[in-house]
Design a protein around this ligand. Structure first.
Ligand code: THU
Length: 158
């Protein structure tokens, strides 16, 4: 995946990345010290942001992406069209790779793409926007498993 210059982002993309970066400061990350902020934009233009929330039982940690999706859902906003993810390790200036959604988050993002019936745009960036990548859920999770495979009708949740 090739980085795109941050100046090339349109206003909606720029605002979503800004919301994800702002959410970095709300992280609860005593175990990893790694901050992740995520923001989703819905079809109505609303933005919901959240960060990673860790747990002493490490596996109970919830990623920023799923927190942001849950927050949108709790406002009855399920038609997600775009997601921005920003990451910041606790050791400044240490070389690190830009975070991309983990496997579980990709599966949850895919589910929401079946609700919104669109290939959710995903913007990955570092906290200082030195690296920005544009992708989509179908690129990150090709040939995915979803409600169609189970022949489940999710239309009443739209
Ligand atoms: N994390 C996220 O919030 N999103 C991801 O997609 C990758 C990982 C969090 C979970 C944990 O709090 C920390 O990053 C280190 O794994």
């Amino acid at each position: 995946m090739k980085p795109v210059p941050s100046q090339n982002l349109n206003q909606d993309q720029f605002n979503l990345v800004a919301a994800a970066i702002a959410a970095l400061d709300t992280t609860y990350n005593p175990y990893s010290g790694y901050s992740v902020g995520a923001a989703v934009r819905t079809q109505t233009g609303k933005v919901f942001s959240a960060s990673n929330v860790e747990n002493a039982a490490y596996g109970s940690t919830i990623c920023a992406e799923r927190m942001a999706i849950g927050k949108a859902n709790s406002h009855r906003e399920r038609h997600i069209v775009a997601l921005a993810v920003s990451s910041r390790p606790d050791i400044p200036n240490k070389r690190h790779d830009t975070a991309a959604p983990c496997g579980s988050c990709r599966q949850v993002i895919y589910e929401m793409s079946q609700v919104s019936r669109c290939d959710i745009e995903i913007i990955l960036s570092d906290a200082d926007k030195t690296r920005v990548f544009l992708t989509t859920i179908e690129e990150l999770l090709p040939f995915a498993f979803g409600p169609k495979q189970l022949q489940i009708d999710i239309s009443k949740f739209r």
